[in-house]
Design a protein around this ligand. Structure first.
Ligand code: GLN
Length: 314
């Protein structure tokens, strides 16, 4: 596909592709282990594409607000790298995919040392929350939110308080993970304090447009899409993108690399952040999830687009 025609192709074909993919949502359902997420419209599907030259496309339910959930983990990783450097971060988390579910605790017991395999599974992201600089949990959370506001350019970005409270009240598994980590000396602070930071960043709420903008910053190796100013050092973006390829779609990351071939990160509210290096940031939302915790319709749509535009980086 010729690059010059690609934008026209996307503008013309995306509405039909989106409706095709929307039908796939029937094969999944919204997450319910966080009770508040179960209310999401199961057949919603929206997309925003933000191009490096400032153009933007949006279709379907792109205005639907949703919580970032695990998509936020990419950015807490970046902030932790900026706060602690590579050495500080990789003392507490590994660099490898697990092949297990995102909230599994299996490997924490099986493998020595008992540090999480990577920063994108829940155990790893909880460890990363503890690495964010700040004297109190509130100060850490403020710095995380300020970072998201800077990257999205939206000073009004905030939390969905119902989703945060719903997760905090039911997060028995994440609590177990955190206590394991405390016992394994990965966490130095109090478990509940670290979890408060973690639940808060998972409950940051945005739309596809925010996700597309965040993705575009990564697609531009950490540069502000408007000013070209460095927001995140390139090396750290490189680390984050490597993790997105190997672990961003949990234990469906291998399949996603083969079928779509783009760095991406999903969240249990149905969001997917994906990027075409140097060119596009993409935000998708489709709350119905498959058994791996990824948006069924969202993955389908990205697969259609990537195949049509020959986007795979491989
Ligand atoms: N807040 C969610 C959890 O901890 C994030 C998981 C996800 O998006 N996959 O379970």
């Amino acid at each position: 596909m010729l690059t010059t025609n690609e934008w026209d192709l996307l503008s013309q074909r995306l509405p039909a592709w989106l409706e095709d993919s929307r039908r796939e949502a029937a094969h999944g359902s919204p997450a319910s282990y966080i009770p508040e997420l179960a209310h999401a419209p199961a057949d919603a599907l929206g997309i925003t594409i933000a191009a490096a030259d400032g153009r933007e496309l949006a279709f379907g339910d792109s205005g639907l607000p949703f919580t970032l959930q695990s998509i936020s983990k990419v950015f807490t990783l970046l902030l932790a790298l900026m706060d602690q450097g590579e050495e500080g971060v990789f003392r507490k988390v590994g660099m490898e995919p697990t092949g297990d579910d995102f909230n599994s605790m299996l490997k924490l017991e099986l493998v020595e040392p008992g540090i999480p395999f990577n920063p994108l599974i829940n155990a790893g992201a909880i460890a990363i929350s503890s690495l964010i600089r700040g004297r109190t949990p509130a100060e850490k959370s403020e710095r995380i939110l300020a970072f998201f506001r800077e990257l999205t350019g939206d000073l009004n970005l905030g939390y969905n308080e119902q989703v945060r409270a719903s997760e905090a009240a039911t997060a028995h598994r994440n609590r177990s993970l955190a206590y394991f980590l405390k016992d394994n000396r990965v966490l130095e602070e109090e478990v509940e304090e670290v979890l408060d930071v973690y639940f808060r960043h998972c409950s940051i709420e945005g739309t596809c447009r925010h996700i597309a903008r965040l993705a575009l910053v990564l697609a531009l190796n950490g540069k502000d899409p408007d000013t070209g100013r460095e927001l995140v050092p390139r090396r750290y973006v490189q680390i984050a993108k490597s993790f997105m390829i190997s672990c961003g779609m949990y234990n469906a990351s291998g399949e996603f690399a083969i079928k779509v071939g783009l760095p991406a990160k999903s969240g249990v509210a149905g969001g997917i952040l994906a990027l075409v290096p140097g060119r596009y940031g993409i935000g998708v939302v489709g709350p119905a999830l498959n058994d791996k915790g990824n948006s069924v319709a969202g993955v389908h749509l990205l697969q259609t687009m990537s195949a049509a535009c020959d986007w795979s980086i491989f």
